[in-house]
Design a protein around this ligand. Structure first.
Ligand code: GTR
Length: 322
């Protein structure tokens, strides 16, 4: 019987380890294991594992295994899922300030986008999301989004009446509506079939999502360089789960997420180029577009979505960021 207390002690130690040692679950809709959002969160996991002496890590469930972006956002909100990496657009209905970086033709360059997200505006958006139950751990790159379709688009007149798939966000519905198109919001995983069956004639995304990500290039042969939005990706952590963690662990998670940002940016730049080459080699025709014709119709979108003094101030702050 002498070893009983030892066993009890062991069990107690194991129980406390079980409480504190965690493999956080994180979702991603991308099918490719080398997609830069997927690799960035895996990189973050390595960093976290090292910093915590093996106590914490992250398991990435990509390929939409845990649900659509909207579904995983809901799960994170109630603490049923620890983390999700989504585009910022499906957060638009959750925290109004996330509309800002989605606005059409707002950023002048990738550098401009980085400067804004790394600065006070990025902070302000994160605070807005935190109030709704989401810790913003990182913003990741997503390049610029353009329309791809089964027939070429050269000016805004060409999108009139076109059925364009958009992300599940009122702002996106308004953007496509302003182009004179028929916006059809749906989750990313349904778009290839929708293009195939003719439910939609077009969609819009960056090269990697159009390419290996969702393979839309197999159906929509024209990639029209509208470059109308640079809506970034965002990595979210459940506030319910977060609040149960010791401060030291929260700090470790934040540091690991921060380290994954330059990793992602570098991976993105290389991946975007590789995917551009891939879709071109596969027969995609890249169309130069009269961008101004698209820019000119976006005024009502700003009026509708940057519609409070606070949001107007933020738009101006972005525009003034040099
Ligand atoms: C991609 C993004 C995904 C998803 C997708 C979409 O660029 O990486 O998270 O939001 O766009 O259009 O649904």
């Amino acid at each position: 019987m002498k070893f009983v207390p030892t066993l009890v002690a062991l069990a107690a130690a194991a129980a406390s380890f079980a409480v504190h040692a965690t493999e956080f679950k994180s979702s991603d809709v991308h099918n490719s294991d080398d997609y830069p959002t997927v690799t960035a969160v895996r990189f973050m996991s390595e960093q976290l594992k090292q910093a915590s002496g093996g106590k914490h890590s992250i398991k990435v469930f990509n390929k939409g295994a845990l649900g659509t972006e909207k579904e995983t956002i809901d799960q994170v909100k109630i603490g049923a899922l620890d983390m999700t990496r989504v585009n910022i657009s499906p957060m638009n209905s959750v925290c109004a300030k996330t509309n800002i970086p989605v606005l059409p033709f707002l950023f002048r360059s990738v550098e401009h986008l980085h400067k804004v997200l790394d600065g006070p505006i990025g902070e302000e958006i994160a605070k807005d999301c935190e109030a709704q139950g989401f810790i913003v751990l990182a913003y990741y790159d997503s390049g610029s989004r353009s329309i791809y379709s089964k027939k070429p688009v050269r000016t805004v007149a060409d999108t009139k009446g076109m059925k364009i798939r958009v992300q599940q966000s009122d702002l996106w519905v308004a953007v496509a509506g302003a182009m004179g198109a028929n916006p059809t919001p749906m989750p990313a995983g349904e778009v290839l079939t929708a293009l195939r069956t003719g439910l939609v004639d077009a969609a819009e995304n960056n090269y990697p999502s159009y390419g290996s990500g969702f393979r839309h290039f197999e159906v929509a042969k024209f990639y029209n360089k509208t470059e109308h939005s640079m809506a970034p990706e965002v990595l979210l952590f459940s506030k319910i789960v977060w609040d149960k963690l010791p401060k030291a662990d929260q700090d470790m998670i934040r540091a690991a997420a921060k380290a994954s940002v330059p990793f992602n940016r570098q991976a993105w730049a290389a991946y975007e180029k590789k995917e551009f080459d891939m879709v071109k080699a596969a027969g995609t025709e890249i169309i130069e577009v009269d961008k101004k014709s698209f820019q000119d119709v976006m005024v009502p979108v700003y009026d509708k979505f940057a519609n409070t003094p606070d949001l107007k101030r933020m738009v101006k702050a972005v525009q003034d960021t040099k």
